[in-house]
Design a protein around this ligand. Structure first.
Ligand code: FA5
Length: 345
């Protein structure tokens, strides 16, 4: 058989095999076996050394033609295989829009957050601004500016966690009073703010006490602010939070930063004032501390206490939420137990 015939044979068998190839590996093996260094074409061309000078270039041209033809066929086969792979992938990944969707479990805001936001809404409606304070406070703002000098006995009621002797975790939201008084420009109008936030005390945890809890501070300062303004404001808050039939009662109390000071009770929402287990048979439930801002507190902020007066109050959100929803242990708020949180969707 001549070399030309051998190439013609190789071509015939290659053209027969090529269309049957269906994957990249077989295609590559085929390329190596036909056109590779140790492949069939190379083998045939080894016989060229025995050809005459006229025949050699002719055979060379024939071999090149064959190589070009097979190379271009290999390339189109390769694209064909790739296209099949992509088509198969697309087929497998088809999205069936008729399948039922996967349900994402929806969370809800913590009941303390919801309570805070509800109180914020009530005060926004009365023209108050909402102010942020610092949880890490100075002794100066937490105590001294609240009329509690270093050796004041009332400091014992609010022992806290100290970072240095002058820096501490605030025991109440009242330092925000002093900070907003310092910043307020009274030529632009009265100061009306509430400030919600977390506070800390060195209290032993039990069903009604926590070493960290939440308070909302309220403060109004203007000319001619009277105790009746405080009572009317608290009355509005209590009626909106606990219902229109709730009454409010102010009892004398003591805070170094208010004079006079009061403790505010609401008529029991469970028994309506007759006496029950919620109100410990008194008909009233204590919800917050309040009073008229002490002249010393105004003067320390550079506010003329003969011209301006104000009222302030501080309530504990946990206390409000516990009363409202019949929660009997304060620790339930902080444990992160979904069975508790999910009740308040
Ligand atoms: C104060 O903290 C005053 N700063 C409130 C105030 C502000 C009075 C402005 C006058 C003017 P008192 O220590 O009573 O007051 O705390 C206020 C509320 O925080 C309490 O009514 C109670 O609801 C809540 N509270 C106090 N201690 C704890 C505690 N350990 N755990 C949970 N709640 C507490």
């Amino acid at each position: 058989m001549t070399l030309q015939e051998k190439i013609a044979d190789l071509r015939t068998s290659a053209l027969e095999k090529l269309p049957k190839i269906a994957d990249e590996k077989t295609l590559n093996d085929f390329r190596v076996s036909v056109l590779g260094k140790k492949g069939e074409l190379t083998d045939i061309l080894k016989g060229m050394k025995d050809l005459s000078n006229e025949e050699r270039p002719k055979l060379g041209a024939l071999a090149n033609e064959f190589r070009d033809e097979i190379t271009s066929l290999l390339e189109s086969k390769k694209s064909e295989i790739e296209a099949t792979i992509i088509a198969k992938k697309l087929e497998n990944e088809t999205l069936d829009v008729t399948l039922p969707g996967k349900k994402v479990a929806k969370g809800n805001r913590h009941i303390l957050t919801q309570t805070t936001e509800e109180i914020e809404d009530i005060f926004l409606g009365m023209g108050y601004q909402i102010v942020d304070g610092y949880e890490v406070e100075t002794d100066y703002y937490n105590f001294e500016r609240m009329n509690l000098p270093k050796d004041h006995p009332a400091r014992d009621m609010q022992d806290t966690f100290y970072i240095t002797s002058d820096i501490l975790l605030r025991t109440h939201t009242s330092p925000v009073q002093a900070r907003t008084m310092d910043a307020h420009d009274f030529t632009k109008g009265p100061l009306k703010m509430i400030s919600p936030g977390r506070v800390y005390r060195r209290d032993t945890d039990d069903a009604t006490h926590s070493h960290q809890f939440h308070q909302i501070e309220g403060l109004v300062i203007d000319e001619n602010i009277a105790m009746s303004d405080l009572k009317g404001t608290l009355d509005t808050l209590v009626k909106k939070m606990f219902g229109a039939e709730r009454k409010i009662r102010l009892r004398p109390s003591y805070f170094p930063f208010t004079e006079p000071s009061v403790e505010a009770d609401i008529s029991c929402f469970k028994c309506g004032g007759k006496g029950c287990n919620v109100c410990k048979m008194t008909g009233w439930i204590e919800v917050l501390g309040a009073g008229m801002v002490h002249p010393n507190v105004l003067e320390m902020a550079g506010i003329d206490s003969t011209k301006y007066s104000g009222f302030a109050f501080g309530l504990g959100q946990e206390r409000i939420a516990m009363l409202r929803y019949g929660i009997n242990d304060i620790r339930g708020f902080y444990l992160g137990d979904a069975r508790m949180s999910e009740q308040f969707k």
